[in-house]
Design a protein around this ligand. Structure first.
Ligand code: ZN
Ligand code: ZN
Length: 421
């Protein structure tokens, strides 16, 4: 008899492979590879990774390979490596992800935050590393943001993360508590998790269909500290839950996911917006941030914490000052209801309406994948090395859609959907 935890871990692995990746017979699967936060999957995820490998082969995978990465080594590098070497990144790790992406095979990555690990490292060094990393990874992210292959980002707990979230819980049960919450928000505790995901994905697709049919020319977001008009490009496309990769496989790129999203017109954002949750981004925390937009660009940025990091990030490239994503998430989503801040963008962005500075997803525009960079930008799409999400939603936010003839319709009231599907 396996323990209750082992049974849930099995179900989690199944949801990741069947709903997340929808792994197909004959596909290769790479678990890990470089992400902004880590050089590969954490060593602590080994039991789950082994389970995934076994199940992937049972589902007909041709080859399962793993790129491991220990985040402590990132810190050791920042503290000890020569400063003029920080922009180097091992090419073989990038190649591992590129080969799989280019071939249309599957890639699964974990986020496993270690929120305070880099808190003593100079923000300038981190942002220098990040800019260089994104430049070297651009060809991989180009394939990813155009969904050339089926990919997935999911979570796996680690001790430091659990310590940060639950300092008041006895130390030896913190990681289990984190697992419990991840199982809950990933619908693993439900009778049939895969059926629950199918139903949830269907609902998200219905919301998208409604919004796609409306083709609002702009969204108006209002809340305390926020009065923002977000112009939407012609032929913008809302997506959420399940999407189809260019290899023809219907997959769900994030587990969990609660959002529907599209892209703003990069030149048509006006007004002021205040963040409602801290943002944890590659080792830096940004808190109580206020951004002012004019003609699509940030003209003023202030933050109680992390202001220096934001100002540096805005200098990354031309697109870093404009939006690439706007996403809607009801305030009653299970993640939001947990009341926790996870220090994980994957989870936290699914607790709240959010906007992202930087790169837009090609699929957020009809036929977006067929456009050159110039055509995509001319249509209102943003190109940048960064993609930085800011949570701005709350139970006090109203969202209105503005139609072609300038009439206004409610989309959200007090953080909840204002239309039925
Ligand atoms: Zn999003
Ligand atoms: Zn985003």
């Amino acid at each position: 008899m396996s323990s209750e935890f082992e049974q849930k871990l099995e179900k989690y692995a199944e949801v990741l492979l069947k709903v997340g990746l929808n792994l197909q017979p004959g596909q290769r699967l790479l678990i890990g590879g470089p992400t902004l936060d880590a050089d590969g999957v954490p060593l602590e995820s080994a039991p789950l990774v082994r389970l995934l490998a076994k199940k992937a082969y049972q589902m007909g995978a041709r080859l399962v390979d793993v790129v491991w990465g220990d985040k402590q080594l990132r810190l050791i590098r920042f503290q000890n490596a020569p400063k003029d070497s920080i922009e180097e990144y091992p090419k073989w790790r990038i190649d591992a992800r590129y080969d799989i992406s280019k071939a249309g095979d599957a890639n699964l990555n974990f986020t496993s935050p270690n929120p305070d690990l880099l808190s003593e490292v100079e923000p300038e060094l981190i942002s220098q590393f990040q800019t260089s990393y994104y430049k070297q990874m651009k060809h991989v992210y180009d394939l990813l943001t155009s969904n050339a292959f089926n990919w997935l980002v999911a979570s796996v707990p680690n001790d430091d993360w659990a310590d940060k979230l639950f300092p008041d819980v006895p130390q030896n049960s913190r990681k289990n508590k984190l697992w419990d919450i991840i199982f809950e928000i990933c619908r693993i505790n439900q009778e049939d998790p895969i059926a629950a995901w199918e139903k949830h994905n269907d609902n998200l697709v219905k919301r998208c269909n409604y919004l796609n049919q409306k083709q609002y020319t702009a969204l108006k977001l209002t809340a305390p500290g926020t009065d923002l008009m977000i112009g939407l490009p012609k032929d913008h496309y809302w997506e959420g839950g399940r999407g189809t990769a260019q290899n023809g496989i219907a997959f769900t790129a994030n587990i969990p996911t609660e959002e529907v999203f599209t892209m703003p017109h990069k030149d048509k954002v006006e007004g002021i917006v205040s963040t409602t949750k801290p943002v944890y981004y590659g080792g830096c925390t940004i808190e109580n941030c206020v951004l002012k937009f004019s003609k699509g660009q940030i003209v003023e940025a202030q933050a109680e914490r992390g202001e220096e990091f934001i100002l540096q990030t805005l200098e990354t490239d031309e697109g870093a000052r404009s939006l690439g994503e706007v996403a809607l998430v009801p305030h009653s989503s299970p993640i939001s209801q947990s009341g926790l801040l996870f220090y994980s963008m994957l989870i936290d962005e699914n607790a709240s309406n959010h906007i992202a500075l930087g790169q837009a997803y090609r699929d957020s525009l009809k036929n977006g994948k067929e456009l050159t960079d110039e055509e995509f930008m001319a249509a209102g799409g943003n190109n940048s090395l960064i993609h930085l999400d800011f949570m701005i939603g709350s139970g006090e936010m109203n969202v209105d859609g503005i139609l072609e003839d300038e009439t206004t319709e409610p989309i959200m009231r007090n953080g909840e959907w204002a239309f039925d599907v």
